[in-house]
Design a protein around this ligand. Sequence first.
Ligand code: NAP
Length: 435
Amino acid sequence: MTTAPLNIAIAGLGTVGAETARQVLDHADHIASRAGRVLTLTAVSARDASRDRGFSMDGIAFEQDPVALAHRDDVDIVIELIGGDDGPALDLIEAALEGGKSVVTANKALLAKHGARLAVLAESKGVHLAGEASVAGGIPSLKMLREGLAANRISRISGILNGTCNYILSTMETTGRDFEDVLKEAQDLGYAEADPSFDVDGIDAAHKLALLTSIGFGSLPDFDAIDITGIRSVSSIDINSAANIGYAIRLLAIAENRDGNIVASVQPTMVPLSSGLAKVDGPLNAVAVEGQPIGSVIAVGPGAGAGATASAVLADLVEVAAGRAAPFFGCAADQLKPASNNGSADYTARFYLRLTVYDRPGVLADVTAVLRDHHVSVESILQQGRAAEGGNGTVPVVLTTHDINNSEMTAAIREIKSLDAVTAEPTVMIISGEG
Ligand SMILES: NC(=O)c1ccc[n+]([C@@H]2O[C@H](COP(=O)([O-])OP(=O)(O)OC[C@H]3O[C@@H](n4cnc5c(N)ncnc54)[C@H](OP(=O)(O)O)[C@@H]3O)[C@@H](O)[C@H]2O)c1
């Protein structure tokens, strides 16, 4: 090994940071053989200097202020594993890149918001910004899109990008339990945060989709253009109804190129039970890409957790140390185009609709009349219960439509919501033929 050793620093010694440090220390020879040079952990940062992180801190400097890592002469590469889209994580990354040090991060929220600007800064300094671990944990999804599929003209990227939501939905499916109950279990098992909103409201999946979309379509990350619906409104009635017609519900992140217009959404979607995505259970993630000339390809694997995420961080570290890391977006970051996304492009789909209505004569006729007026053709009425829901005289009405235009469906829902008999926000899902 003739290439000079490199010194690395890790900021953040939580789930991912501590595991990354342990791997660097315990498997130094293997990593050195892959990188073609010795990598030495010289400095770390966390809030609590006294906490046992499962590795020896002997000979490793501790900095209370993570930004100090960027200014140390004995640090060549900075690994940011603090989290948060601003604050110390951003300050550290900016300082490191400004100082001519390459950065590896797992921070999807930060990359979705500041990634393009930071990549321009890295390129202007002749250093690397790498973030494979930011999307789908251990699945090399960014590398797949950026390098393995580089020459493809991408038409669709879809994925199950949030392990917490997938665990909740697939557990609801196998046990028949309700959302709140399974969420609590996911929190106890460490699959969900104490504040689960980023996960269950679809924000985390949308950050990841913004990055996949940007790399796949060569456009600037555009989180705000993503139409986001989380999984809080998915009930056991929906899960059972889906199973009865041969579908499973998954939180799907989808970006499509529709005649040059990129349309991106994160929403609970029904996928055929026979499809690859329906078989992605528990905390697993999946990323599916369609393009030409490849056709379609799907990668499945662990989307989070210490080992899976450290695996992706270390892959970036090896590439950066070996001097062969690709530009983060697959092209010079200042060449990224503004995303062409009007978010409202028309499409045709089958829909699932669940309403909560007062159990009285004529209500179903009122609902179907609105649907008919908006050219929404009902395929089947799956449930029109008479059992009182919560003892307040309401019942669920569940139906599916034939292929219809999404804007007709949106207009019909708006009118249905205004009916006196409709007592709660309707639940609407696309019934996907793909997946
Ligand atoms: N966990 C996963 O499965 C996973 C998967 C993919 C990506 N990621 C991403 O990886 C990053 C880290 O996630 P994580 O789960 O490892 O988080 P975590 O367990 O909460 O760890 C965060 C670490 O950052 C340190 N920290 C927080 N504020 C700091 C400050 N001001 N100065 C110095 N250190 C500070 C904490 O120090 P103390 O320990 O002293 O409190 C802790 O060690 C995030 O961007 C996350 O989105 C995580």
